[in-house]
Every structure is written in structure tokens, then in C-alpha cells.
Design a protein around this ligand. Structure first.
Ligand code: OAD
Length: 240
């Protein structure tokens, strides 16, 4: 499958997208029947949309939040959690996903660059809440402190992703970069592969379809992450 073996001091960075959660039953965005086929990005995924129609925005995120109680991590999430244990201290997981499934699978150092459905905050006073401590069934959930509109802690289009400083630092020292289950069209995440290549990191992709930046990969493994990753990650750490 791969001839690459991680050497003792090498550092690994992993970037995941919606495809890694597909086998848990969570829809991706751009595949056939993906979320952006049925919802308009501009109506639910920007701050302007939230100020104009917060009910519609909440309808979208409520549906996605409530689904979380019905899904669990799949073999791809579990394989990455075990991979982190073997690479203690030499591993960074960056995810564009907001479902929290990497943390649920036991990954500890996860940079959720697009936020999380499991958190909300007040648009008026900034008070933070875990989503499970608010009344998510209210049309637009309200802040208990100031009565302002709560919003999901999601990085919308036009907003700055989280942890960019940590992501940049991880990319600088990266020897092996794995990019899994992402179409590679949303920046800045999509630009990390070019950064990895210009730093001479070895780049491996795992995806159901060929991603838009396929040409930048040293190796591409086409298929389902839950089927490919358990074996691939063992090979990378030298176990079969
Ligand atoms: P996309 O829906 O754009 O891409 C998902 C990718 O996963 C596709 O290339 C699929 O081929 C692949 N895929 C599907 N099932 C798979 C499986 N079982 N195993 C491996 N790969 C599989 O999702 P993202 O690239 O994550 O942002 O989208 C990036 C961002 O766009 C999201 O974080 C979201 C969205 O708009 C915000 O909402 C801010």
C-alpha cells in the first residue's frame, strides 16, 4: 500500500474533511446529495445570513447538531486516535469538521479550524455555552445573561478559521502530511497541501474521488477512509 515509514523524530500533520465522517452517516457538502445540494451556502453559512434570517440558520445547524446523538466515530476516526498514541508529541490533527467525532474517538490534540456544533456563543455579549446546555429547540436560542441571539460556534464564510497560528507552526515542522476526505476547495485548508509540498513534506491523500489538488500528492489512495486508514496508518508506523 505505502513504502513510506515514519522515522523516529519525524513529525506528522493530518488534515481531515467531511469525507472522514461519511461512513458515520454524516453527509458531506459537495458530493451527490451533499448538504450544499439542498441548502444554499449564502443563506445559512455566513454572518450576514445569521443577521438576516437567524431562524433559517438555526434550522440548518439544529438539524446537524441533533444528528450527532445518532452517530458515532467510524474505523477511520479510531485509526487516527491510535496513530496519535504511537506518535505522541509528534502529531497534529487539523479538521475542517464540526461534528466532534475525532474527539469522541479519543484523539486528544485536535485543531477544529471551522469550529464545532457542540459549542455556541452569544452574538451580543460573547458568553460561551456548550450546545447541550442551551434549549436548542428554541427558534433562535437566547443568551441567559443578556437575551441576545446565540449562534453556533461555526466559522462561517468570510470569518477567520481558528488556530491558524498553531496550524502554521505545525506545517513548518511537518515531515509527513496526510490529507483525508476533503475536496480541497475551501481555503485556507485547501492551501495546506501546497505549503506542505513547498516545505518538502511527503504528502499522502486518501479520498473517495480524486481531489482538485491531486497533482500535489506524492501518493493517492482512492477509496473509503474507514477501509483504507487502519491498514495504511499501521504501515506508516511500521506495523503490519
Ligand atoms: P466536501 O463535501 O467538499 O468534500 C468531501 C470529500 O470527501 C469529497 O472529495 C469526497 O469524494 C470525499 N469522500 C466522501 N466519502 C468518503 C469516504 N468514505 N472516505 C474518504 N473520502 C470520502 O467536504 P470538505 O472538503 O470537508 O465549511 O468541505 C470543506 C468545507 O466546505 C467544510 O468544512 C464546510 C464546507 O462549506 C464550512 O461550513 C465553513
Amino acid at each position: 500500500m505505502t513504502d513510506y515509514r515514519i522515522k523516529p523524530k519525524e513529525k506528522v500533520v493530518v488534515l481531515t474533511g467531511a469525507g472522514i465522517s461519511a461512513e458515520s452517516g454524516i453527509k458531506t457538502f459537495r458530493d451527490e446529495n451533499g448538504l450544499w445540494r439542498n441548502w444554499k451556502i449564502e443563506e445559512v453559512a455566513s454572518y450576514d445570513a445569521f443577521t438576516q434570517n437567524p431562524s433559517l440558520v438555526w434550522e440548518f445547524y439544529r438539524m446537524r447538531y441533533l444528528q450527532l446523538s445518532e452517530v458515532s466515530p467510524n474505523p477511520a476516526h479510531h485509526a487516527l486516535a491510535e496513530f496519535e498514541d504511537k506518535l505522541a508529541g509528534r502529531y497534529t490533527l487539523i479538521t475542517q469538521n464540526v461534528d466532534g467525532l475525532h474527539l469522541e474517538a479519543g484523539s486528544r490534540h485536535v485543531l477544529e479550524m471551522h469550529g464545532s456544533l457542540r459549542r455556541t456563543f452569544c452574538d451580543n455579549c460573547g458568553k460561551k455555552y456548550a450546545t447541550n446546555e442551551i434549549n436548542v429547540h428554541e427558534e433562535v436560542p437566547e443568551c441567559k445573561i443578556c437575551g441576545g441571539n446565540l449562534r453556533p460556534d461555526i466559522v462561517w464564510f468570510g470569518e477567520i478559521p481558528y488556530s491558524l497560528d498553531k496550524i502554521e507552526a505545525a506545517m513548518q515542522g511537518c515531515d509527513l502530511f496526510l490529507v483525508i476526505g476533503t475536496s480541497g476547495v475551501v481555503y485556507p485548508a485547501a492551501g495546506l497541501l501546497s505549503i506542505a509540498r513547498s516545505n518538502n513534506s511527503y504528502c499522502i491523500g486518501v479520498n473517495l474521488d480524486a481531489p482538485s489538488n491531486l497533482g500535489l500528492l506524492n501518493e493517492f489512495h482512492q477509496g473509503k477512509a474507514g477501509e483504507i486508514l487502519p491498514k495504511l496508518l499501521n504501515e506508516l508506523t511500521g506495523e503490519f
